[in-house]
Structures are given as C-alpha cells and as structure tokens.
Design a protein around this ligand. Structure first.
Ligand code: FPP
Length: 228
C-alpha cells in the first residue's frame, strides 16, 4: 500500500520568498511573513495528516540578524504570536514543538514563551515540529563537536548524538521554495543523504498539494547511500 509520505519520516523546509510574495502585491514585507505563517499552519496540519513524523522549518537563521531592525522585530513578533495562538492547535493535532538553534540567546520573553510551549506540548506524539530559531548549521556543528569532545570521543556517532536534531528521525527530504538553489547553512550534517527538492513556488503560496508533489518526487528517487 502506498502512503502519502512514501516512507519519508522527516521533512525539512527552507521557507523562502515571503518578501517577493509581498512585493508582487505591492505590500510591505511583513505582509509576506504573515502569509508565510499561514502557510506554516496549513503545511504542519497536512504533514500530520500525511503521516510525516517530523518537520523542521527554517524560521530565523543566525544570519537574519543582518536584516533591518524593524523586520527582525516583525519576525520575532510573528513567532511569538504563532507560538501563543497555536498552542491549542498543537494540542488538537498532537503536535510536539521543538526548537533548534541558539534560541536561549533570544530575548527573555521569547525564551520564556518557548519553554512554556515546549513543556505544554512535550507529551504530544503524532508530529514533531522543529522550528529553527537563531539557527546556523555551522554553529550547531561547533556546539556538537564541543559537546562530543567533552565526553572524550569525537566520532560521527558522537557528533550526531549532540546535534540539535539528535532525537529526530534521519532527514529524508529537504525542500527549498522560491527558486533559490542553496542550503544557506541549514541542516548541513543532516542533509548528507537527504533528497533535495527545489521549487519556484514562493513560500506563502506553498500548499499541501505542493508538499505532496515533493513527496511524490522523493518516492521516485533511488536512495543508495553511497552504494550501488
Ligand atoms: C524567507 O523569506 C523567510 C524568512 C526569512 C522567514 C521565515 C518565517 C516565516 C515563514 C514566518 C514565521 C515562521 C514560523 C515557524 C511561525 P524572505 O524574506 O527571505 O523572502 P525574499 O527572499 O523573497 O525577500
């Protein structure tokens, strides 16, 4: 029997194109980010329905601090509102929230909000939603290597065990929207054997059917993990 997820357990998305979506409509960039949050809601719900166990979304990179202060504030505000307003929805859909990256360095009110949301959703089982906040893969790898070194063992297994995603299934599929073809410091270790899928669709326009198309593409790949 084929399942909608075609065996993909963990899907990650670089949600790109909010600014261009807004520009096309002569709207301020924040309108694109707001529409982006709506797309997040729909995709997380659909991922659960498709039986995807884990989804990791790139919400704010450690490089995004270079954006104008107003836009950084808008993004943080949206993130806070998303966490607050969607807690009930997470409960209803059995979504466990996880945050990866250097999120403890964020403003104290954001940290408190995240801690509360992590605790309130910790018993949920159907889907894990990992939000990458103040995340950079190179920073994650340095932190993991330092933690591994502290145990006296630097090996692939030891580093993997200290990644922010250590308790998640291996990454199967990485999607980037808006036509850009690069990884932008996202899940570099985890992407070693992931299928990569690039689409021109701007993130606010990305629909559950587009996630299904990416999964169908994944199903047609022959993953050899370096073998024949
Ligand atoms: C890229 O679009 C998008 C971001 C930098 C932020 C992504 C954030 C959201 C979708 C909203 C909040 C997320 C959650 C999980 C609630 P861009 O601004 O780089 O677009 P552009 O390249 O067209 O300018």
């Amino acid at each position: 029997m084929t399942t909608p997820n075609h065996g993909a357990r963990h899907v990650a998305i670089i949600m790109d194109g909010n600014g261009r979506w807004a520009k096309k409509r002569l709207l301020p960039r924040v309108a694109g980010h707001k529409a982006g949050v709506e797309a997040v809601r729909n995709i997380v719900r659909a991922a659960g329905d498709m039986g995807i166990e884990a989804m990791t979304l790139y919400a704010f990179s450690s490089e995004n601090w270079k954006r104008p202060e107003d836009e950084v504030n808008d993004l943080m505000g949206l993130m806070k509102r998303f966490i607050l307003s969607d807690l009930d929805e997470f409960a209803a859909n059995d979504v466990k929230l996880k945050v990866i990256g250097n999120w403890r360095a964020l403003a104290p009110d954001v940290v408190a909000l995240i801690e509360n949301a992590l605790e309130r959703t910790s018993g949920n089982k159907r889907t894990t939603l990992a939000v990458a906040l103040n995340y950079g893969a190179q920073d994650e790898l340095v932190r993991a290597a330092q933690a591994a070194a502290a145990t006296g063992e630097i090996s692939e297994a030891a580093i993997a065990a200290h990644l922010d995603t250590a308790d998640m299934p291996p990454l199967d599929l990485l999607i980037r929207t808006s036509g850009e073809v690069r990884l932008s410091n996202f899940l570099l270790w985890q992407s070693a054997y992931a299928e990569l899928y690039f689409t021109d669709i701007l993130w606010p326009d990305f629909k559950p059917a587009d996630l299904q198309a990416a999964l169908d593409h994944f199903a047609r790949r022959d993953r050899r993990y370096g073998g024949l």
